[in-house]
Structures are given as C-alpha cells and as structure tokens.
Design a protein around this ligand. Structure first.
Ligand SMILES: [Mg+2]
Length: 377
C-alpha cells in the first residue's frame, strides 16, 4: 500500500505548548515558565493521505524527498530510511494513517499499551514566585494538580543548594520536600532528579534524610563516574534503598556524523553500558530526539540484552511523551514515560488517557494526535 503513495508536499507548522501552571527553576536552570513552541511537519501524499509530527531539521534536508514513494522513505517493520530521518516521526504517523494501524503495532506491539508515566514538571515551586516564595506547599500543590490529572508518580527536582540556596539549607529543603510529598501522597512513586548538582557525599546525606521515603528512582545525582556511583550503590544497599539509577541524558560532546545512538557519541554510550554492566546504572534516559525514533527502535534490543531499561528523555514538549508511549507499547522495555503535563495549540491529546499512573496508548491509526483542520490546510 505504501508504494501507491508518493510524497506530494511537506508543510511546516509551529505549535505552542501551555503547561497547566508556571514551572519553576531546577538546580541549574532558570524557570521553565509556561512552555515553549515546537515545529511540526505535515506530510501529504498524492493520494490525499496526511501524517504529521515534530521535525526541526532545516528545509533543505527534507524538500528533496518530495516525489518519492512512501515505501522508499519508510519500511514499517524497520523504520525510516536514513535519508529521510528528518521526517522520521511524521513518516511513522503517515504510514500508520495509510495502513490504518497504530504506530505501536507498526513497531511490533511487543509492550503493554498501559505504560507507566511520571510527571516531570515538579520543579522548585517552593522558591516561586521569587518575590513571594510559596514554600513547600507550592510543591505539594503542583503534585496535587498532576495527581488529579491521573499521575501517580512525581519526579522531584532537587539540588536547591547548588546555587539557589546555601548548601546546607538547600540540602535540608530537598529532604523536607521529599518527606512532605511522601506524607501527602503515600500511594505514589517518588523520583528525584538532581541534574548532576550534588557531590557524592552530600547525596548520601540526602539519602539518609529520606531513607524511609521509599524512593523509586534517582536521576543524575552527580556527573556519572564509577567511583561515586559505586559508593552510592554500596550505601543504598546498607540502608535498603532499592531506587533505580537513571543516567545518560546529559552529554558533553555531540556526535557528528551521528552514531547509531544519534547525536550521542559512542564514547558516552559505551561508558553508560560499562556502568550498567557493573550494576551501577539501571535506566538509560538518553533523549528521544537526539537518538531519533527509528534509532530507538533499533537500539532497544541492545538495551534489553544488557539488562538496561529505557525512559527516553522528553522534556519539555508535551507531545513527546505520546511518542514514547507508542515506542514503549511497540518495542517494550520502557520502564516509565517522562510525562509533561500540558496542552499544545492545534493538537488534540484526548486519545491518550492517563489512568491511575499509566498512559493508555490508543488503538487508532498513526500517533492518533489530531491536528486542527486549519493547520492541515
Ligand atoms: Mg533529568
């Protein structure tokens, strides 16, 4: 069927995100505010089929694809062909629309269609607004808002002592925030993300202060290195902390040309696997877009073989958790989705429900994210 369609046009359309609230600072960055904008590409075939998704490569990288048969751009069983990676996601949507099949089915349907999801939008809301900080109730309020939207896992940003507060006071606030969230939401998972802002010693102080909080996940406590991670894991064993260690998002070098892990160098990836082999890293959180959707399909077996779980980084665009949900339902091994609460202009997310902590992947063609008629044009 795909060979009967030729790509007739590629149209650019920008959409604007809107978080449900002002999102504050993290350890190192400025406030995230209300969300940003993102570019879509809308593909139309000579048979009138359409598909769309995010795509931000320059026009000259994709315009030459016009006129090609869709079957020369994507093989549903393998993914997009390399020369068309600039519209990788949109081609998956288009192929799904033409074949009448959800993306996760194109990918093999090997995972559950109920994929655990956490909210990744709990920042330092206690420090906002700057002129009248709300304190810990500000964080609880944000958690409650996401709880009401179906989330049952909260990723709390920590590292207030890195630059926004004095070190000791910041550490204590991090501990107090975790304790307050644990008390307010006893049935929910708590993840913490320090954006590499802690030292190993201080992080152990943090763990001691939260040892009865049943942490589910520890993300980027400090720049990953074997010695500190070993110290951390040994201490975790001592205090019966079973949290997963999630690593790999931050990169210090860009791969050019891309590797089979996209924009990540093999040095970065090999180091992660070496840490995983020693039992020091449990989850790879390398980015959805930096790796790329088709490459994610192709590398997942390597993660599975290495006994590593995946949670592709999605911040800060609410559309991206839906792509990860399809990936998880399609190839499996996605331990949880980095969820980003919010809406996006012209995009309709209502086919993706969040029910009791899981994102439910729709059984509808393509990505099943309808785009406003006026945008398709
Ligand atoms: Mg992170």
């Amino acid at each position: 069927m795909l060979e009967n369609h030729r790509l007739e046009s590629i149209k650019v359309h920008r959409v604007q995100d809107r978080f449900p609230r002002w999102v504050g600072r993290n350890a190192k960055g400025k406030p995230q505010a209300y969300g940003s904008s993102i570019q879509l590409r809308i593909l139309t075939t000579d048979q009138g089929a359409t598909g769309w998704a995010t795509s931000n490569v320059p026009d000259e990288q994709v315009q030459s694809l016009i006129g090609e048969k869709i079957s020369d751009l994507i093989d549903p069983e393998i993914g997009t062909f390399e020369h068309a990676y600039g519209i990788d996601l949109a081609l998956h949507d288009l192929a799904g629309q033409i074949l009448g099949v959800p993306v996760h089915q194109l990918l093999g349907g090997q995972g559950s269609t109920h994929v655990p999801i956490y909210t990744g939008a709990i920042y330092f809301d206690d420090l906002e607004p700057e002129e009248a900080p709300r304190g810990i109730p500000g964080v609880i309020e944000s958690c409650q808002q996401d709880y009401d939207a179906g989330y049952r896992a909260f990723k709390l940003k920590i590292g207030r002592g890195f630059k926004w507060m004095a070190p000791a006071a910041g550490l204590q606030r991090d501990i107090d925030v975790v304790r307050a969230v644990r008390e307010a939401f006893p049935d929910c998972k708590i993840l913490v993300d320090a954006n590499d802002s802690y030292t190993c010693d201080r992080f152990i102080d943090f763990l001691n202060g939260t040892s009865d909080c049943n942490l589910y996940w520890i993300e980027e406590p400090f720049a990953e290195n074997e010695m500190d991670l070993k110290t951390l894991k040994d201490h975790m064993a001592k205090i019966n902390c079973t949290a997963l260690i999630a690593e790999g998002e931050g990169r210090t070098e860009h791969a050019e040309p891309p590797t089979r892990y996209g924009g990540y160098t093999m040095r970065h990836i090999d180091r992660l696997y070496a840490l995983a082999e020693k039992g020091l890293v449990d989850v790879f959180i390398i980015d959805l877009g930096i790796v790329g959707f088709t490459r994610w399909r192709q590398i997942m077996p390597e993660l599975i073989a290495a006994n590593v779980q995946a949670s592709p980084h999605t911040w800060c665009w609410p559309v991206r958790p839906r792509y990860v949900a399809q990936l998880g339902a399609g190839v499996g091994n996605v331990v949880c989705i980095e969820g980003i609460p919010g809406e996006t202009s012209d995009l309709d997310y209502s086919n993706y429900k969040i029910v009791e902590g899981n994102m439910v992947v729709p059984e509808l063609p393509g990505f099943a994210i309808p785009l406003a008629e006026k945008a398709i044009g």
